[in-house]
Each structure stands twice: as structure tokens, then as C-alpha cells.
Design a protein around this ligand. Structure first.
Ligand code: CIZ
Ligand code: SF4
Length: 357
């Protein structure tokens, strides 16, 4: 929908008043009406680094979801305030692994005698608490671009017969283990935090190489093998391109798999006349379709029954205007601040990722 011209004007005016004190980050999955005000766009990790590279910006307005704003706060200085325009913009995947549940899981692994040979790896899409847990137990953060390197590193750390506890996205964990590291799906077990002992026996835990947390993305998890078969029947010669948060059978049936940055690069280099069905968030797919249509690239959404990420969409122009005008009036609203102890250990896990070979 076209943006309200009055709100666009107010956002412009507030930005003008704030000048270089303000830096606006826009995640790839944000609405067009919000993205137009972003100083930079990117995935969650790129945006956190972009924020860290702007120490002169007093206010970092993060148009994205809560865990991303936390990561930006961790990587920026204490003098910089990270603002999330709507505090209800969470992430259902990140919420699937709470600090209490993960602490309990670690106790289960300890009881089974496997904790000391297990290295945790957590996806960027997790709360600061889970990143801190990972940092405390010698593990690393990963993104969908470096998950293979992170897992290789973690298995090397874990030693012979070592294991990885992968949080919170079972699909990224399984896809990386099977596709990139050549493990068998049978080497993976799924830990269900809602069942006693994770729903696993001590023997199952001892035999597993990958212990996958039972979490998933409520958007990417909805693409199915039917989505792929339907689009192949509908569009002859179509290239199916999906994000690794999709289920294993979807990834296995696709032609290309990659992070948002990878998806954008691939479509940018695609030849005129090529046809693509893309399985990632709808705001991004629509923008890419519009951007590349003039070059004769046909880009469609992989499954027309899948919707936007509802929490990403909570950041809309009214919320952005409210945040910017508040800041311009000297009121710091919706600041996301990670406590020092959590920040210290989460930073450790993030720094291990930055040091990955
Ligand atoms: O699914 C998401 O939320 C993604 C891809 C986030 C990110 O930026 O890594
Ligand atoms: Fe979370 Fe999925 Fe939305 Fe990303 S797209 S913010 S992983 S629910």
C-alpha cells in the first residue's frame, strides 16, 4: 500500500532535525514504507555491524525484530541507544528457546554424560540470553551465511565423538549438518523443550552428533514440498531458490539455497529471461520482483498461501514516525538494553563467530 503522504513528510522532517545523530537500520523483511527511510538495509548480522561502524550516531533506530536490536546493542557502545519502534516486534523462532528451557536442557545433557563433549551453536535469531548461554559454554553464534564454518569449528572444538547443540532453528541446523557437513539425518535428534528430558533417552543423546532444538520459523517453516512441485508445474524452467530456514525436504527439492544476502546476489546476477520462485519473506520477494522486472527477470513468491512475517510487519510508518519524532523532541523511547553480564557472554559468542576461519 502506498505510504500516507502526511506521515512520509513527518518522518522526513524528524530525520532532518536529528541529522547525523540518527542512523536507521532496515532489515530486508521490512515493509516498503519503512525501508524507504533506512540508511542501510541488510540481514540481522550485517545491520549490527553497520551500527557498530557508526559510533557517532547517538540513536540507532532498528527496523527489524527484538533479537536484532539486542545484537545491535551488544555490538555498539554504551553511549549509543538502540531503539525498536514497536516493542511487540518479537520473533516466534527466538521465543522458542528461553533461558530457563536451555538451562534445563543443559542439565539433561549433563545427566546423560554428554554435556562435556557438546559445544553449543546458536543462530543469530535468538535472544541475548541464549547467545550468552552459548558464550558461557564455549560456543559460537552463526548466521545462515556462515553456519557451515561455525559447525565445522564447533565439531573441532568438541573433539572426537563430540556433539553440537544447535539452537533454536532445527531446520538450519539439520540442513547445514546434512547438506554441508555430510552427516546423516540419523545423526540428528530433536530436543523438545516441552517434554521431560527433551523427549529423548540418554542413549539417543549419546549416539547423536547433532542435538537440534525444536524451534522453527513460522514463515519459512510453512513452505512445503507441495509448494515446490506446484510452482515447477506452473512455471516451466523455474529456478527454485529458498532460505535454509525452510524444512529439509524443501531445501532438498530446491535448486539453490542461501541466506537473504545470497538470494539477493544470485538474483542480481541472474540473466534476463530467467524465472525464479523464491522461498523467503514476502516483503523482500516483492521488492526483488519489482526491482528486477524491468531487466526481464521473472520473480515469484514460492507459495501464495504463505504470509508476511507478522512481527516484522509490526514496524510500520506510524511507529517509525512516533519513534523519530520522540527522539527529535529529546525523548528516548523503546530503548533495547542488554544487561552487562548477558552482554559480556553474548559478545564472547559473537566474537567467536567473527573469528571463524
Ligand atoms: O529469517 C530471518 O529473520 C532472517 C533471515 C534474519 C536474518 O537477518 O538473518
Ligand atoms: Fe523470526 Fe521467521 Fe520472522 Fe525471521 S521471518 S523474524 S525467523 S519469525
Amino acid at each position: 500500500s502506498p505510504s500516507d503522504p502526511g506521515l512520509v513528510e513527518r518522518a522526513r522532517a524528524a530525520r532532518e532535525r536529528l541529522g547525523s545523530r540518527l542512523f536507521v537500520l532496515g532489515h530486508h523483511y521490512q515493509r516498503d514504507e519503512v525501508i524507504q527511510f533506512a540508511d542501510v538495509t541488510g540481514d540481522s548480522f550485517k545491520l549490527a555491524r553497520d551500527a557498530a561502524a557508526r559510533p557517532e550516531a547517538e540513536y540507532i533506530v532498528f527496523c527489524g525484530v527484538h533479537f536484532m536490536a539486542e545484537s545491535a546493542d551488544i555490538l555498539t557502545t554504551d553511549a549509543q541507544a538502540v531503539i525498536l519502534p514497536d516493542l511487540a516486534a518479537g520473533c516466534s523462532m527466538a521465543d522458542m528457546a528461553t533461558a530457563e528451557q536451555v538451562a534445563e536442557a543443559w542439565d539433561v545433557l549433563t545427566e546423560a554424560g554428554v554435556a562435556r563433549s557438546t559445544v553449543p551453536v546458536t543462530y543469530m535469531n535468538s535472544s541475548a540470553d541464549i547467545k550468552a548461554f552459548t558464550g558461557r559454554h564455549g560456543g559460537t553464534v552463526c548466521t545462515s551465511s556462515n553456519a557451515e564454518r561455525a559447525l565445522t569449528w564447533a565439531f573441532a572444538q568438541a573433539g572426537e565423538d563430540g556433539k553440537v547443540l544447535f539452537l533454536p532453528d532445527q531446520h538450519l541446523g539439520r540442513n547445514t549438518a546434512v547438506r554441508d557437513l555430510g552427516l546423516s539425518p540419523d545423526d540428528c535428534v530433536v530436543y523438545n523443550p516441552h517434554k521431560p528430558g527433551g523427549g529423548l533417552t540418554a542413549d539417543q543423546l549419546r549416539r547423536a552428533r547433532m542435538i537440534l532444538w525444536r524451534g522453527h520459523c513460522s514463515v519459512h517453516g510453512r513452505f512445503s514440498l507441495d509448494s515446490v512441485e506446484e510452482v515447477r508445474a506452473r512455471i516451466p524452467g523455474v529456478n527454485v531458490l529458498v532460505h535454509p530456514e525452510c524444512r529439509h525436504e524443501v531445501v532438498a527439492a530446491a535448486d539453490h539455497v542461501g541466506s537473504t544476502e545470497h538470494i539477493i546476489r544470485l538474483l542480481d546476477r541472474a540473466p534476463a529471461g530467467s524465472r525464479w520462485a523464491v522461498g523467503t519473506e514476502l516483503n523482500l520477494v516483492r521488492r526483488l520482483a519489482a526491482r528486477y522486472a524491468p531487466e526481464g527477470k521473472e520473480i515469484v513468491f514460492l507459495d501464495r498461501t504463505v504470509c508476511f512475517c507478522s512481527t516484522m510487519n509490526r514496524i510500520d510508518l506510524p511507529h517509525l514516525v512516533w519513534a523519530l519524532e520522540s527522539l527529535a523532541d529529546g525523548k528516548v523511547v523503546n530503548r533495547i538494553q542488554v544487561d552487562q553480564d548477558t552482554e559480556h557472554f553474548a559478545r564472547l559468542a559473537l566474537d567467536r563467530m567473527l573469528a571463524l576461519p
